[in-house]
Every structure is written in structure tokens, then in C-alpha cells.
Design a protein around this ligand. Sequence first.
Ligand code: NAD
Length: 252
Amino acid sequence: MNYQEKIQLLAELLEKSTCTFALTGAGISTESGIPDFRSPGSGLWSKHDPAEVASVSAFMRNPAAFYELNMQWWNEYLFNAEPGPTHLALARLEKKRLLAGVITQNIDGLHQKAGSQKVYEVHGHLRTCHCISCNASHPFAFLVSQFDSGQNPPRCERCHGVLRPDVVLFEDPLGEDFFYANRDLTRCRLLIAIGSSLQVYPVAALPEKVRQLVIINRDATPWDGEAELVINNEQAGKVLTDTLSVLGKNKT
Ligand code: NAD
């Protein structure tokens, strides 16, 4: 099947499906300038050991070092990022009622910024943080302002305990968004996995829940053999933008 035939098939699957979710990963935000974790050469994992920078034990061992490194990344890549073509296309598909919602592993908040309404953030986000001692919740901006004024690690206003971001670190259990994503997927027919290596469990097991799977990812994934349609070696943003124009033509 050539590229154009694949786009046509994707448009047809979307039109026929009674319920479709997208499962997104770091690969869709590379088009917004945020490096992913596993792209050969450019991924963050090639520069840092995840256990050292993004695990609960690393955070508990040395929260100041955790913030020193992570704040640098968040500042450089995440805080001022804008949605890319994939985020915008998914928001349009939802508006057209061809997509029930998005399940994302990303913490960058770009789906909401693009206008998506139903977004399950299974690995958390950077809008809030909480105190590891009294559990009080604070805006993430409060944590950043403390760090910027020299307080590292940032501390709780109420009890002076250490603050941590509301993101899922390695060794953390997944939160309620993962529960709701599972629930909604069992009622769904089609899952389109986009820009994810599908290697981080338990999210990587979500394709088991649906009857039809489409994978749009530059590199191969362990799920490719199970998918109805695989589109490799293409930018996700181009694939979805082209699919939207086919859907537009099918309507007229
Ligand atoms: P991953 O890094 O394991 O895989 C990304 C995949 O995207 C790769 O297989 C790559 O081939 C593909 N890719 C990269 N650019 C692409 C493009 N333009 N079009 C199509 N495919 C493209 O990412 P993952 O599966 O999401 O798992 C990594 C974890 O990293 C997640 O838990 C996520 O929370 C975290 N993370 C998030 C961000 C973010 O919020 N933007 C950034 C880095 C890592």
C-alpha cells in the first residue's frame, strides 16, 4: 500500500468507527521542538539515565538535584511550547466528532492548548504540584517562583515539606486518568497510537483494549504486527493533516 492509500484507509476507518481514541506520546511534540525519549540520537534517554532523573527514588534521594536538571528541561523546552500540527489536527477531529478524545503520555499540556476537550493525561502534567509531607496542592507556578528565587527544593507554604510536580515518575503508580482511559477504551472500537514507541508500561498495554489499532510512528513499535494499519517513516503532523484533507474531500 502506498502513502496515499494508507491515508485514504485511515480516513475510512475514522469515518466508520463508532468510537475512536488517540493515544499520543512524546513523538507528537517533537514537531513543537520538545525532544522525545527514544528517538535514536536526539532522544533525552541518550543523554541521561531515566532512573537518575525521573524516578521517585532519585527525587527522594536528592530533590534539589532533580529540580536542577528537570527545571532546565522544562524551561528550555516545555514552558513556552506551542501545539504542533498533530495536536491541532486531533483537536479538529474531536470537533468534527470523529474522535472521542485523547489519551496522552505527554506532560506538556499541548493538547489542551490546541483545543482538545477530552484529554486523559496518564503521566500527569505541569499545572500543579503537591507537598510530599501534608499533600497540600499548589499551582506549579508557585513551585517555579520558589526555584527562581533560590529555594531549591521548593517547599510547601503550609508545612515547609518538599514540593513535587504532579507528574508520574518511574516507580509511581498511575493515577485516575489511567483508570478512566481504560474504562473508555473498553467501549471503543479504534485506537490510533501516534508518536509513541509503545514501550512504557502499563500504557503500552492499552492497545489490547480495542478491536482496531492504527499506528503512526516514525520508528517501528512492538505492536506493529497487531495493527490494521501502520504508517512509519513519516511526520505524524503531515499524516494527520493529509488525513483531514481526505476527510474534507469525502464530505463534498
Ligand atoms: P518515546 O520517546 O519512547 O517514543 C517517541 C516515538 O515517537 C519514537 O518511536 C519516534 O520514532 C517517534 N517520533 C518522533 N518524532 C516523530 C514525528 N514527528 N512523527 C512521528 N513519530 C515521531 O515516547 P513515549 O512512547 O511517549 O514514551 C516516553 C515517555 O516520555 C512518556 O512517558 C512521556 O511521558 C515522556 N515524555 C514526554 C514528553 C512531553 O511531554 N512532550 C517529552 C519527552 C518524554
